[in-house]
Ligand binder design. Structure first.
Ligand code: NG6
Ligand code: CA
Length: 511
């Protein structure tokens, strides 16, 4: 037994034998590929200020920092949206999410929202000879409606470019709470079939609302439907007992499948999308991390994610792959403290600032919603440092095409910012449209225009500055990173010019 599987075994007795056998027997060392392997690590709701190399002194993330220590850390890296589905849609397709009416936070039974005929990042990588996989959080829908969770669900990630997939369908707070491997629920006993319903409960099934005595994690808002592993979720499900996930081992399960994919493909160029589930709610980390941050489950979940990334980095080192593997580490959207469970995240936050110096967070039109940790590491080619270039996850499509020598992509919103990503140019994009829950905002140079949108400027539920206002807001990020001073009244010409540019660039806006 290798060192790796032994440590896995000793630490996670709850894992199935099948899972433990994964990643064993992978021979050490190999000669480097011509093309770099590419791993996109995407955390879920990890904020700009949640990472110590981005300035946090209240939480330590030595493994995220390890990526930055010999990589390029971007101070102005963005997702396209302040929530998961639209953000991930852009990463996959290289298109703005507001061009797709269905790119909104999806329930767990949503059909796939990506056109299977469309170009995607993993499809491009396949064209360039890469083996591709998606492991972890998906949240882009599965099937074509009314999915049968007891059969192979098509279309699935394979139909949009991922030859192998081991995913959760939506989020860790949404049913069905099962892992789906290549379209099939992992570990399902067909004599106990799964049913899913987002409208009504199944007769006789307990819920968080009616049976709070069954809960180890209680909701603060929403999240009071089916109970899985002592946590009530969004949506109702029944059956599939043998296949239900255990939140405490989710990191280990995803990690082992990511490692196995790397092991199986270490001699070919591979492209791996690795969607971490932390620190999204419910925050139920493994007991190895419980209580370790002093910040309650949210901080502990960040430590767990950091460990998980460290294990992946160690594995690349062990296989001799680190030098020629391009890692892009980022987050799907900004941070939120209370996102619907009573997990003491608010009470134990102390001086920690999840969005760092930025205003707002998840859901927000302010930069805290979409400006996220963004680190590129490729030891063979990229010098360590810090870059102020504006780059967006959506740009990976056009940039990776350029990297692997494919012709320039056509008709995408993705821009080729490869030179910036590799640290060869200080210049990224000049303009970017970002999506909050209520509207779009527009960044051009160092200026951001936030058009009016209805609703509360501050959400008491999530404790976030939303960016909603009846008035136009204009901020100069160079002078005012925290977006405190609205310059719209004193810069009317700039407001008009940016309004016009946003209108022109957001043709096809379906919001
Ligand atoms: C919201 C959920 C929140 C989270 C979010 C999606 C409630 C009250 N809130 O609707 O907990 O699941 O959707 O998060 O249900 S995301 O990171 O996947 O976009
Ligand atoms: Ca998210």
């Amino acid at each position: 037994m290798t060192k790796l599987s032994f440590s896995a075994l000793s630490a996670f007795s709850a894992l199935s034998v099948g899972t433990l056998a994964l990643a064993a027997g992978c021979a050490d060392k190999k000669s480097p590929n011509g093309k770099p392997n590419i791993i996109v690590i995407l955390a879920d709701d990890l904020g700009y200020g949640d990472v110590s190399c981005y300035g946090s002194t209240t939480i330590r993330t030595p493994n995220f920092d390890r990526i930055a220590a010999n990589g390029l850390r971007f101070t102005q890296g963005y997702s396209t949206a302040a929530t998961s589905t639209p953000s991930r849609f852009s990463l996959l397709t290289g298109m703005y999410p507001w061009k797709n009416t269905r790119a909104k936070i999806l329930p767990g039974d949503a059909p796939l929202i990506v056109d299977t005929a469309a170009l995607t990042l993993p499809k491009l990588m396949k064209q360039a000879g890469y083996v591709t996989a998606a492991v972890g959080k998906w949240h882009l829908g599965l099937g074509s409606g009314n999915a049968d969770w007891n059969a192979v669900i098509r279309p699935n990630p394979a139909d949009v470019g991922y030859e192998y997939s081991y995913i959760m369908a939506a989020t860790n707070d949404r049913v069905p709470c099962v892992y789906v491997e290549n379209g099939r629920v992992d570990g399902l006993d067909l004599s106990d079939p799964i049913s899913v319903n987002y409208k009504e409960n199944f007769e006789g099934e307990p819920t968080g609302k009616l049976n709070p005595e069954l809960l180890k994690m209680h909701p603060s808002h929403g999240h009071d439907m089916s109970i899985v592993n002592g946590v009530s979720r969004i949506g109702f499900m029944k059956g599939g007992k043998a296949a239900l996930w255990t939140d405490e081992t989710m990191a280990d399960v995803f990690l082992s499948h990511a490692k196995q994919f790397i092991c199986d493909n270490k001699d070919k160029p591979f492209f791996l999308y690795f969607g971490l589930h932390q620190p999204h709610v419910p925050r139920v980390p493994n007991e190895r991390f419980a209580g370790k941050s002093g910040m309650g489950p949210r901080g502990d979940a960040i430590l767990e994610a950091d460990w998980e990334v460290g294990q992946l980095l160690d594995y690349l080192d062990e296989l001799g792959l680190a030098e020629n593997t391009l890692i892009i580490f980022s987050s799907d959207n900004g941070p939120v403290v209370d996102d619907g469970y009573k997990d003491q995240a608010v009470e134990l936050l102390g001086d920690h600032k999840p969005a760092g110096p930025l205003r707002g967070g998840k859901y927000s039109l302010f930069d805290g919603g979409t400006r996220v940790p963004f680190i590129v590491r490729w030891p063979a080619e990229v010098k360590a440092g810090v870059s102020e270039a504006v780059v967006c996850q959506m740009d990976l499509t056009a940039s990776c095409a350029a990297l692997v020598g494919l012709p320039p992509t056509q008709n995408l919103d993705s821009q080729n910012v490869l030179e910036a990503l590799l640290g060869k140019s200080p210049k990224g994009r000049n303009e970017l449209i970002i999506e909050g829950s209520s509207n779009l905002a527009y960044r051009e140079g160092n200026w951001v225009l936030i058009p009016p949108s209805p609703g509360q400027a501050y959400s008491p539920l999530t404790g976030t500055d939303t960016g909603r206002s009846p008035d136009y807001q204009l901020y100069n990020l160079e002078a005012d990173l925290g977006q405190q001073t609205n310059l719209a009244a004193s810069e009317p010409a700039r407001v008009e010019a940016m309004k016009a540019a946003l209108e022109r660039l957001s043709v096809g806006n379906t919001r």
